[in-house]
Ligand binder design. Structure first.
Ligand code: MN
Length: 233
């Protein structure tokens, strides 16, 4: 059974690592063994942890420090967790070097885009101008808006549909796409909500939360099934 590394959130008030149970349920249901990693600022230790793993899931959570993409933090940006930014920066570098399959969810998509050289809207409500207001829905198990999957992409292939429904719990989003990534999912307001590598390396990242939908809507098991399939090779 493949071991899937999960990245932890940081609760600064309690000074504790944490992770919502939906990620664990989704990985277990797909046939993987989830393993929560610890924080480190050592690349050697990050790589040692990954050396025992078969895949990596960059989980959701708080905002990436805008310093990571060369911007001043605006009042609309959430509180940063530099230990998390640092851990995930190291893990992505090590996982890519090892050729490991990578799934990014919500913040996971955002940190991947940033680490590869892209930038984020610090708040889509304030910074992303469009006729449509991007809906937010803090009920994680309900659909919030539709999503167009781009033909010819891996994501389109694993979901097997041109359009799906998704939840939406993010207030940030991709502003400039990192070099090497291609868009695989676009919201009705044209916000980028999914990316993968243009060269076919095994990485999928989505802005929505399939882990919270997959129990009720089986089509959202697809990203986890993909991860476990790739991690079993
Ligand atoms: Mn959305």
């Amino acid at each position: 059974m493949p071991l899937i590394a999960l990245t932890p959130s940081w609760n600064d008030e309690k000074r504790q690592m944490c992770l919502g149970p939906d990620y664990i349920d989704a990985v277990q249901r797909a046939g993987g063994a989830p393993v929560l990693l610890s924080f480190t600022d050592s690349e050697a230790l990050a790589d040692e942890m990954l050396s025992r793993m078969d895949g990596v899931l960059f989980t959701g959570g708080g905002d990436v420090n805008p310093a990571c993409y060369g911007e001043e933090m605006l009042p609309c940006c959430g509180a940063p967790a530099d230990n998390r930014d640092q851990l995930e920066t190291l893990l992505l570098r090590c996982a890519l070097r090892r050729g490991m399959p990578i799934l990014g969810i919500c913040r996971g998509l955002q940190i991947i885009n940033v680490c590869l050289g892209g930038t984020l809207y610090q708040d889509i409500g304030e910074q992303y101008s469009h006729d449509l207001e991007h809906p937010r829905n803090d009920v994680p198990r309900d659909y919030a808006h539709s999503m167009s999957l781009v033909s010819g992409t891996m994501l389109r292939s694993i979901y097997g549909a041109d359009e799906i429904q998704v939840n939406s719990r993010h207030h940030q989003g991709i502003k400039t796409l990192a070099p090497g990534l291609k868009i695989n999912a676009v919201a009705p307001d044209r916000l980028i909500e999914g990316v993968e590598f243009a060269d076919g390396r095994p990485l999928l990242a989505v802005q929505w939360h399939p882990e919270s939908l997959q129990d009720r809507y089986p089509e959202h098991r697809a990203p986890f099934d993909w991860l476990i399939r790739e991690a079993s090779r």
